[in-house]
Design a protein around this ligand. Structure first.
Ligand code: SF4
Length: 346
C-alpha cells in the first residue's frame, strides 16, 4: 500500500460511519479501492437514499454529485474530489437553449415530453421536470422512452442522440419517426422534421463515439469467433455490427457470464477503458476480455486518489465545501428523477 492509500485508509477509519464513499465504474483502480460502493449512474442514484452517513464523497463527474445532492437526506452533504470534473456530454445542453427549443416546440399547444439522460446538469433536470418529463439512464432508457411515448405527443430526448437512436431502434421506431434537431444559440435553426415522434438533441459522448465499424471488423479478423459488446452511447452503425449492446451493468454481467460459461473465449467490450481493464483483470483466468480500443474518460480521470485524500482530510477538519444546489431548481429536478425511479419500480 503506498503512502496516499494508507493515508486515505487512516482518515476514512477516523471518520468512521460519518462518511460514505461512492465511485462510478469508470474511476481508476487507485480510487475504486477506497469506495464503499461502486456502480453505474442508476445503481448509485438508487443507493443514495439508504446512506446514513452525514458526508457522501462522490468519486465521479459533477452531474453525478449533483444528482446525489438532490436525493440526499436533509443535513447530509455531498462532496466531489474535483469540482471541475464535468462530463463533456452534460455540457452540450445549455439550459437557456434547451428552454428556447422547448418553447418553440410547444408554442402552439403541442405536447412534448422531454426525456433527459441523467448525464445532464441540474438546470436541465429541473427544466425537464417543469415540462412533465423525466430522466433516464443507459440501463432504463428503453423503459423510460416507452413511458414518454405513452404520454401522448412527441418526445424530446437529450442530450445523447446515439443513445436516443439506439433505444428507438430497440422499440421499433423507424427512421421516419425520428429527427435529429438542428440547434443554434437561439434555439431551432431548421424546422424540417420537427413534427416527428422522437426529436433528438444533437449531443454525444466523445469517449463512446471513438469506436468505429472498422474496429469491429478488425477485432473479428484478429479473433475469429469472438463476441463484441458495446455501450449504447456508441454510434448506431457500430452497435449494428456488435453482438449485443447494453448498459454498464449489462456489460459487467455479460463479462461474468462469458467467464463462467465460455472459458477461453474472447470478448471485446466497447466502453470506457478503466472498466474494461478491471473486468479483464477480474476474469483473466477464465476468458480473454479486450477493449475495442482504449478509450479513457478524461473527465472521470480528474478524480485521483490524492484528491480523494484531500477531500476526506478537509471533511475531517470541517473545511470541505459540499456541492450546493440551487434551491429553486431542487423541486422540479427532483421530480424528473423521482418519475424515473417510480417508472423503474424503485
Ligand atoms: S464517458 Fe462520456 S458520458 Fe460518461 S462521463 Fe465521460 S464524457 Fe460523460
Amino acid at each position: 500500500m503506498n503512502a496516499t492509500a494508507k493515508a486515505i485508509t487512516d482518515v476514512k477509519k477516523s471518520l468512521g460511519k460519518s462518511v460514505y464513499v461512492l465511485g462510478h465504474h469508470y474511476q481508476c483502480d487507485t480510487v475504486v479501492a477506497h469506495c464503499d460502493k461502486c456502480g453505474d449512474s442508476l445503481e448509485l442514484s438508487r443507493c443514495v437514499s439508504d446512506i446514513e452517513a452525514a458526508h457522501i464523497v462522490f468519486c465521479g463527474v459533477y452531474f453525478m454529485g449533483e444528482t446525489a445532492a438532490l436525493l440526499a437526506r436533509p443535513g447530509q452533504s455531498v462532496h466531489l474530489p474535483d469540482l471541475t470534473s464535468n462530463c463533456a456530454m452534460s455540457m452540450m445542453t445549455p439550459e437557456t437553449i434547451a428552454r428556447k427549443v422547448l418553447q418553440q416546440l410547444t408554442g402552439r399547444g403541442r405536447k412534448i415530453i422531454p426525456l433527459a439522460y441523467v448525464n445532464t446538469t441540474l438546470d436541465i433536470k429541473a427544466l425537464v421536470g417543469e415540462y412533465g418529463g423525466a430522466t433516464c439512464t443507459s440501463a432504463n432508457a428503453g423503459k423510460m422512452l416507452a413511458w414518454a411515448l405513452d404520454q401522448g405527443g412527441s418526445v424530446l430526448f437529450l442530450p445523447d442522440k446515439n443513445l436516443g437512436r439506439n433505444t428507438a431502434k430497440k422499440l421499433g421506431l423507424s427512421q421516419n419517426d425520428q429527427q435529429i434537431l438542428r440547434i443554434g444559440k437561439n434555439g431551432l435553426t431548421d424546422t424540417d422534421g420537427i413534427d416527428r415522434k422522437l426529436l433528438l438533441w444533437p449531443g454525444c459522448c466523445c469517449i463512446h463515439t471513438r469506436f468505429t465499424s472498422e474496429m469491429v471488423a478488425a477485432a473479428r479478423e484478429k479473433h475469429p469467433g469472438c463476441r463484441i459488446l458495446a455501450h449504447p452511447e456508441a454510434r448506431p452503425e457500430v452497435i449494428e455490427r456488435c453482438d449485443a449492446a447494453g448498459s454498464t451493468a449489462f456489460l459487467i454481467r455479460e463479462a461474468g457470464e462469458a467467464a463462467e460459461k465460455n472459458p477461453d473465449s474472447t470478448l471485446y467490450i466497447a466502453t470506457e477503458y478503466n472498466l474494461v481493464r478491471r473486468l479483464a483483470a477480474r476474469h483473466k483466468e477464465r476468458c480473454r476480455i479486450l477493449p475495442l480500443t482504449k478509450s479513457l474518460c478524461g473527465d472521470m480521470a480528474k478524480v485521483t486518489a490524492k484528491k480523494l485524500l484531500r477531500t476526506l482530510t478537509n471533511i475531517s477538519a470541517n473545511k470541505s465545501v459540499p456541492i450546493k444546489v440551487d434551491i429553486a431548481r431542487i423541486e422540479p429536478a427532483r421530480l424528473s428523477l423521482q418519475r424515473m425511479l417510480k417508472v423503474c419500480g424503485q
